[in-house]
Design a protein around this ligand. Sequence first.
Ligand code: NPF
Length: 269
Amino acid sequence: TTLGLVTTSLALHAPSQVAAAVKRYANAADYQVLIAMIDENVNQSLQNCINELKSQRVDKVIINVPLESSDAEQIVQENDDILCLFLDVDPYSAVFNVSFNPADGTRASVKYLYEQGHREFALLAGPEESVSANLRLKSWLDTLESYRLKPVSVSHGNWDAQSGYNGVLQLLREAPEFSALLVGNDQMALGVLSALHQRGVAVPGQISVIGYDDTYESAFFHPALTTVSLDLDLQGKEAVARLLLASEQDEQRSSSILPAKLVVRSSTG
Ligand code: NPF
């Protein structure tokens, strides 16, 4: 009757949207949700969160914390009294997970910009310790390479708007020769749009910007953000459904990879 959710900071739009969906779908199935939020991805504190949930008699938990496959496998091994489903691991890892295809939306973004005539790409990825940020970055690089292109610059933010704001200003200072900017999530893209506006750089006239996530607010940015749309509500729904169906038998733990697709709005041209 009670599900656990361990999540990274709910100050971040994407995880908060997933948490809202998990709660809604769990409640609809007559389950309560206990949320444990951790700020840093330290294995110890993840284990503390799991222990906290166990002490409240939770025996199924959704973990939306970035984990390398080996770390996720270790968590599973060390917690055989609680069933874990992961949301931020490599989709092809062996653990029970519901995650997004990291390649389809990123490929579509690069292809779209290439066909619009762009050849000078800058990349502003999410944090280096994030699994999903790295998978998105790798796919951007692979796709650029398939067009025989190398990015003019690669840098990292920490997912929040301030880091996007600072990140693009640094790009403009250090390697300003780009006409297209791919950003690791929409919240950083919000900061990017703000900084470019302040510097009088036209979007998309001088620089085209593509975000990632398509959170609820992204269509209301100015200009409305072109982005890779993840159905975060569906991720929450699938996670709850699969966790409730799964028993301790392995056969019922089927993972699922959800599609991501490019949504073209007004920040690209
Ligand atoms: C994250 C994770 C933490 C903070 C921001 C984002 N983001 O903006 O995308 O990535 C994704 C996960 O990879 C994805 O599976 C999903 O859980 C989403 C909420 O967070």
